[in-house]
Design a protein. Structure first.
Length: 131
């Protein structure tokens, strides 16, 4: 016996499981829509398994939260060394600009890492990353 869910039904069904407590409604909806797009693109049906989904994906507020959670020293992992034109020596560039904001290239490096090693689902309010 097989059940077919609409997007909203799948989101509501997932929210009933304790393993989805760390996901927001918007994050759960983004994950369901992503899985639906896989089904449409590949022509396959994905089995509805909340525990497996919660084990395979995690929600974060931003790329930096992901890096904090997954790397002891993400500044070294995603920083960039450059040749200082004044000294001619290679130096490590700060991940922050003059205003203390993280450089876009650092965020791009983290995003590229995630995409190269798994799945990144972006939505208004955070990101979903495959584990």
């Amino acid at each position: 016996m097989k059940n077919t869910y609409t997007t909203e039904q799948a989101v509501n069904e997932l929210s009933k499981y304790d393993c989805f407590d760390s996901f927001s409604y918007e994050g759960t909806k983004a994950l369901v829509e992503y899985i639906e797009s896989i089904e449409e693109d590949c022509g396959i049906e994905v089995e509805f398994d909340p525990v497996s989904l919660a084990c395979d994906y995690a929600q974060y507020d931003c790329l930096i939260d992901y890096a904090d959670d997954n790397f002891m020293s993400w500044q070294e992992q995603f920083g960039i060394d450059y040749d200082n034109p004044l000294t001619g020596e290679q130096e490590e560039q700060s991940i922050h600009d003059c205003d203390g904001i993280i450089h876009d290239w650092v965020l791009c490096n983290i995003e590229d890492y995630i995409r190269d090693n798994g799945t990144l689902i972006e939505f208004d309010g955070g990101i979903i990353v495959s584990k």
